[in-house]
Design a protein around this ligand. Structure first.
Ligand SMILES: [Zn+2]
Length: 331
């Protein structure tokens, strides 16, 4: 999340479950026109500051499919996913419509579908302009999130095809109530599955549970993990460096983490993108996927109470980890 999201809990009029009180500034961003104006300013600033994008995109190609990360705003990624046989394409989370349109023209493809992971402007702000330009383009997402121009609301496990590409939508609430991730079936192309994780999961990090409890967020992270170790992770933000740095403060003796951090430092020095990683490697260093690990529980000063349900305990671990991450970010 690139927007302002600090501050104390909101008062009793919250529309969210009792345990979940998003900060007041979050509600301004997510629920009012002020948020849209703030987003427009972000787009303008980022275009000035990064005329060629915040990172150097590295296209991923398998026979029949091409995935092009599009760096937008100051640390977001949109993804153009192309069926190279038919030149039909889908875009995940188009935030800056100009950057996405430029990629569409450069690749010479037809935009058939927009997949939105959630309603936040830095993921959905380009829907309107792209739909005006591509009149037959469908917009997919959850009906539970107020996604601009939504034409095809999806339910959990629903599949959508675009040319030869098949995407499966998975409901992963927590960051927002309607957050969804999309899994591209790599089978027909001899590729591993590709997970477009929005603000659920980042390299070494996870999104803030603005609209869900730690239990809800944990269940959603477990859905991602269940996809299998070879799955490629394409997250909604370039947060690798700060997430790995935070993780290394929690785990002092994790060689996988140390190596990934060193690698990420190198990549970022040259402004190279750090995606994709795999879900297998994420489980070796991403603390938010390691709530079951005793060394992390100990580092957080948490112990499972007698008779405490293992998932309830892991949710407690996740909550404390998230709290520390937020404190770390605020400094
Ligand atoms: Zn978000």
């Amino acid at each position: 999340p690139v927007y302002v999201h600090c501050g104390s809990d909101s008062p009793g009029s919250s529309p969210f479950p009792k345990a979940v009180c998003p900060p007041p500034r979050y509600s301004l961003y997510a629920r009012t026109r002020l948020g849209y104006l703030f987003y427009q300013r972000q787009v303008k600033k980022a275009r000035e500051r990064y005329p060629h994008g915040h990172s150097v995109p590295q296209p991923y190609c398998f026979p029949g499919v091409k995935i092009l990360p599009i760096p937008v705003l100051s640390n977001n990624y949109s993804y153009l996913v192309i069926d190279t046989g038919s030149s039909q394409a889908a875009v995940i989370d188009p935030s800056d419509p100009l950057a996405v349109q430029a990629a569409i023209e450069e690749e010479g493809v037809m935009l058939e579908a927009i997949f939105c992971t959630h309603k936040h402007w830095d993921h959905s702000g380009g829907n309107e302009a792209l739909c005006q330009k591509h009149s037959s383009c469908r917009v997919y997402g959850s009906a539970l999130d107020a996604i601009p121009r939504l034409t095809n609301p999806l339910t959990d496990r629903e599949k959508v095809t675009v040319g030869c590409l098949t995407f499966e939508a998975l409901a992963t609430p927590g960051h927002t109530v309607g957050h969804m991730v999309y899994v591209l079936d790599g089978g027909p192309f001899g590729s591993p599955p590709c997970l477009f994780s929005g603000d659920l999961l980042f390299l070494a990090g996870c999104g803030r549970p603005f609209e869900g409890s730690p239990e809800t967020m944990l269940a959603s992270l477990d859905v991602a993990v269940s996809l299998g170790e070879d799955t490629l992770l394409w997250p909604g933000h370039e947060y690798a460096l700060e997430c790995l740095t935070f993780a290394s403060l929690l785990e002092l003796d994790n060689s996988a983490l140390e190596q990934k951090l060193q690698w990420a430092v190198q990549q970022r020095q040259e402004k190279r993108s750090t995606c994709p990683s795999t879900l297998g490697e994420e489980q070796t260093y991403n603390p938010f996927l390691r709530t079951h690990r005793p060394e992390l529980q100990e580092a957080l000063g948490l112990w499972q109470a007698g008779g405490e349900d293992p998932d309830a305990f892991r949710a407690r671990v996740l909550k404390e980890m998230r709290r520390r991450k937020d404190l770390y970010q605020a400094t």
